[in-house]
Ligand binder design. Structure first.
Ligand SMILES: NC(=O)c1ccc[n+]([C@@H]2O[C@H](COP(=O)([O-])OP(=O)(O)OC[C@H]3O[C@@H](n4cnc5c(N)ncnc54)[C@H](OP(=O)(O)O)[C@@H]3O)[C@@H](O)[C@H]2O)c1
Length: 326
């Protein structure tokens, strides 16, 4: 099959090449990929900083949407011709991908492939952080860092669907996107101290949940911004991962929970349950159009290098999608 291959290094190394077509196992389906989407992890993997987990395809791509073209002999849920999308541990930038049948989500005929291919990774990551881990409840307040990112824009919509109140940090030009999606307060972290803005907005009560992808430079302000019994989920360290001189006293006094997670390395059974919980919670809202991934841009997959450069420059707001063409 054709696939986008790379060497460890810059975006210039991304190129269309040939790779063996994967074979579906007994409980797997083979999908002809119509669209995939970029995630920050692709950039790190391309640079050689984020190797795929054991057994995963070395090809980039953590999500895709397409048509089922072959099914394993124990597959019961899907037939050839069905439209699906799903989360991958790798292998999305390719003509064909395999997926466990319980991790596939049904894509209605009315949904564009470029929309379906942009859903799985960010929506499942956001769902996992907000609900599986942080147990976000109706009426609670949540602070989302990088609110205009792929994960952030999914998280805003999911938190709103659950009846939570959303605050975000993002660079100024991306604020209107966040507030249009439902954020009540967008903080320009380049101009404002977000902890002060949170204190002001919450009348010094703090937020119940924080989903953070920035790490070290935000750690102290995050601790200050959490309400008693607050929960913080760390998903990445885009700003750094070493902290010094942070008082742990508020962790005890406010009974805080601080945890972290990476979705890619989770077990198959965990990802299946996550996919099914997410489907029950959100799929109706996604298929009736109440929620949708924010699409920043769509590139032909042959322009994958250009798409990577756009993400590396932080120019995107929402998802960068690759259309897999002939
Ligand atoms: N742990 C997991 O399971 C998991 C899963 C998926 C994604 N992630 C992580 O979640 C993060 C978001 O991923 P994504 O694909 O949604 O990203 P994305 O769409 O590329 O958005 C990232 C945005 O974060 C902001 N940003 C980047 N570097 C920053 C910095 N040093 N300080 C402050 N803001 C910064 C920029 O927006 P502004 O213009 O607003 O600054 C940038 O556009 C990534 O770090 C990714 O690795 C983790």
């Amino acid at each position: 099959m054709r696939a986008i291959l790379h060497q460890s290094g810059s975006a210039d190394t991304l190129h269309l090449g040939e790779y063996p077509t994967p074979e579906p196992g007994s409980t797997e389906i083979l999908i002809k990929v119509a669209a995939t989407a970029l995630n920050r992890a692709d950039i790190m993997q391309r640079k050689g900083h984020y190797p795929p987990p054991a057994g995963a395809s070395p090809i980039l791509g953590l999500e895709m949407a397409g048509t089922v073209v072959k099914v394993g002999n124990e597959v019961r849920k899907w037939a050839i011709g069905d439209r699906v999308c799903g989360l991958l541990a790798g292998g999305g930038y390719a003509e064909y991908a395999v997926l466990h049948e319980d991790m596939a989500l049904p894509v209605p005929a009315s949904m564009e492939w470029t929309v379906a291919g942009a859903i799985p990774e960010t929506f499942l990551t956001a769902y996992q952080a907000l609900f599986t881990i942080a147990d976000l409840r109706e009426g609670e307040k949540v602070l989302l860092h990088a609110g205009a990112s792929g994960v952030g824009t999914a998280a805003i919509q999911l938190a709103k669907l659950a009846g939570a109140e959303v605050l975000v940090t993002a660079s100024g030009p991306k604020h209107s996107l966040c507030t249009e999606l439902g954020a009540s307060r967008a903080v320009d972290y380049q101009k404002e101290d977000f902890a002060k803005a949170v204190a002001e907005y919450t009348e010094n009560q703090g937020v119940n949940v924080i989903v953070d992808v920035i790490g070290a430079p935000y750690f102290r302000q995050n601790i200050d911004s959490l309400a008693p019994d607050g929960r913080m989920v760390l998903l990445a360290f885009m700003g750094g991962y070493k902290i010094t001189d942070v008082s742990l006293i508020p962790v005890l006094m406010k009974r805080l929970s601080i945890t972290g997670s990476t979705l890619r390395s989770r077990s198959l059974s965990y990802k299946i349950k996550l996919t099914q919980d997410f489907q029950s919670f959100a799929w109706e809202a996604i298929t009736d159009g109440t929620m949708a991934p924010v699409i920043d841009s769509v590139f032909d997959w042959k322009e994958a290098a250009e798409a990577h450069r756009r993400m590396e420059a932080n120019t995107n707001a929402g998802k960068i999608v690759l259309r897999v063409t002939e």
